[in-house]
Structure formats: C-alpha cells, structure tokens
Design a protein around this ligand. Structure first.
Ligand code: KG4
Ligand code: ZN
Length: 341
C-alpha cells in the first residue's frame, strides 16, 4: 500500500510517500525555524500561516521526488494531534480534501505514535519494547506492546528535555532552537566541570523534571558572566547536557530493569543529541539491551514516520471519517480503543 502522509503539528511542514509502511519513496520537510527564530520560540499564528503557504508545494514535491502522481496514492495519513490547533488544521484540511477527492481512506495519527515508530522505517523490531520519546514538547517513557497498545511509565512534570535545551540556549544567547548548537558546543567541553543537579534521579519514579536544572544554569550564568561569551561556554554546555543525559539514561535503565524488557527505542528530536546517543549506547552495552535509535533525519518532525502506524491501521480497516478534527491535547492511552477487537 502506497501512502501519502502529512505532518504540520508544530513548525515543520512535511509530506512523505511511503510504500507498505516501510520504504520511504520521499520525505520532504520544510522547516519554519527561520520564521520563529527572531521570537525565540514558535509563534502559533505565524506557524499556521506558513503551513498554509507551503503545504501544497511540499506535497507536490513529495509526489515528484517519488516520481508518482496522486493516482497511485492508496491512502492518506495525517497528524491529528497533539500540537498547535491552527497548525494541525492545515494538514488535516488538506488530507481530508485529498482523501475525499480521490476516494481513498484517511487515518489521523498521534504525533508521538509517529515518533515511536520512526525507527521501523529503518529497522522494524518485535514487541514489546520500552520507548523514550524526547522532543521539544515531550519527555515520556512508554511500554509499547503493539500498535495502539501504549502504557505510560513516566513523563516530565514540567519542561520537556528539548524545551530545556532550547531555554538554556536562550539563556546563553544562542539562536532558537538551540538544542543542536548546545550539542555541538558540548562536544568541545568538559562534562564534569560544573556540577549541575540531576532532578528526580533517585525518587523511585520514571518521571522527569527539567525546570530546576534550567534555573541552575541561569544562576550559574548570573554568577559567572564570562560563561555567556568566554571559554567556559563549551564546559557549561557539556555539563548541562551531561545532567540531562544522566537523568534520561538512569530512568530508562530503571524502566528496562523493572519491566524486564530487553529492547529499547529512543525517539524524538532530542534523540539527535550525540551525548544522549552515546550514553544510551553505553547503557545498551552494559545491560545487553537491543537499542534502536532512528537516523537524525527521522528523529525530528517528519511525515514519513506517520506512515508506519498509518499503514498498520489502514490495512486493518481502522480509518478516520471526514469528521476527523484536530486534537490539541490527546492521550496516547486513548488509542487502545482503536485496536480493542
Ligand atoms: O521532535 P522534534 O522535531 O519536535 C517536537 O515534536 O517537539 O524535536 C525538536 C526538539 C527541539 O527542542 C530541539 O532543540 C531538539 O529537539 N533537538 C536537539 C538536538 N536536535 C534537535 N536537542 C539536543 N541535541 C540535539 N542535537
Ligand atoms: Zn515531534
């Protein structure tokens, strides 16, 4: 089955053509980073307008790179939520119009479900597995028992990991979004040079908290103004990154140990982070767990990742009607309804 998938939940407009939920024929991603950078964060109204401007050319580009026309598309998958209402509605409206006009099935996909299965495009793995989703909006540990079968183990109580990277970058005067830049600077710094807190490390839960860590960085910068521009910047980035990675790794280690599951997926934009990839690799070596992390291009928001669950649902007769509406807040648990028979 050849699917067209569309993602517009935040600040990337993306369209992909994927064969059988497995083979990426095209995956076009138009980033709005430059639009939002002057504001230091995503401006919802600007995001919707930009999505509207580029969604058709992005879809056309996806079809053209796949050397296909709409005639050979057999179904449409679209991010239904969670995300920004106006942004989601752009992708959803276009997806509905295409499905209606071509008389092909449509299915709304949970954005996090896309992240969870992105790695299947490169290396499908058996269930169950533990998944850590770390992005700009989410820091969540799940037990995944199948499509639609997700049990939440823990999540952040405040900032998401990517949000913490972006806020710390802002404190340091780095451009938005700063995650990748902190990663780069950290590679030249000493992660042991500044002792930042490891929030909730030993609280016995699988929950996270990153807002106190961000405040600790702010206080450090106030007391040591040279770190804004001078030499210790790399050390500061490395020390902050190490604190985030330590917590993510230890909570994941506990989840693997307590569930007895020996497969781990790490996904979402922060899974691009080289420190986190190395630390999770080390965890896998120590515990004998099989680790799967998508290539960086499939970690950040993209439409191809939606095709894995979309293909599964459509093959199993699970589809959305044209009444499909954006869900700005949407619990992954509620997807169990879809697969209950
Ligand atoms: O998954 P994603 O593209 O969008 C959301 O669903 O949120 O994740 C974007 C987040 C941003 O916070 C960005 O700073 C972060 O991922 N990110 C990184 C790196 N690359 C992207 N954070 C740390 N290190 C990186 N290399
Ligand atoms: Zn995302």
């Amino acid at each position: 089955m050849r699917l067209l998938t569309i993602e517009s939940s935040c600040d990337e407009t993306s369209a992909a053509v994927v064969q059988d939920g497995r083979e990426i024929l095209s995956n076009v991603i138009a980033s709005q980073e430059a639009v939002h950078a002057p504001y230091g964060g995503v401006v919802p109204e600007l995001a919707s307008r930009k999505h509207l401007e580029v969604v058709s050319p992005v879809i056309e580009e996806a079809l053209s790179r796949a050397s296909l026309t709409l005639d050979s598309i057999e179904g449409v998958g679209v991010t239904q939520g969670p995300g920004l209402a106006g942004a989601l509605l752009v992708g959803i409206s276009v997806a509905k119009a295409l499905a209606y006009a071509r008389n092909i099935p449509l299915v709304g996909i949970h954005h996090i479900e896309g992240h969870l299965f992105a790695v299947f495009l490169e290396n499908p793995l058996p269930f169950p597995f533990v998944a850590l989703v770390v992005s700009g909006g989410h820091t969540h540990l799940y037990r995944v028992d199948g499509f639609g079968r997700y049990a939440s183990l823990g999540q952040t109580r405040d900032d998401a990991a990517g949000e913490a990277f972006d806020k710390v970058a802002k404190i340091l005067g780095l451009p938005y979004p700063g995650g990748a830049l902190i990663d780069k600077l950290a590679s030249a710094g000493d992660p042991g040079s500044i002792k930042f807190p490891r929030p909730l490390l030993h609280d016995g839960s699988y929950n996270f908290s990153f807002s106190g860590l961000k405040t600790a960085v702010m206080q450090f910068v106030r007391k040591n103004p040279a770190s804004e521009t001078g030499g210790p910047l790399q050390d500061l980035c490395a020390s902050f990154q190490a604190a985030v990675c330590d917590v993510l790794v230890e909570k994941t280690r506990a989840a693997l140990r307590d569930t007895g599951i020996d497969r781990l997926v790490v996904a979402g934009g922060v899974a691009c982070n080289s420190g986190l990839r190395a630390a999770m690799g080390e965890l896998a070596r120590e515990t004998g767990v099989e680790l799967s992390i998508p290539s960086p291009i499939l970690c950040t928001d993209n439409a191809a990742m939606l095709a894995v669950p979309a293909d599964y649902y459509l093959r199993n007769g699970i589809r959305s009607g044209l009444q499909l509406d954006a869900k700005t807040v949407w619990s992954l648990d509620s997807l169990a309804e879809r697969v209950k028979d």
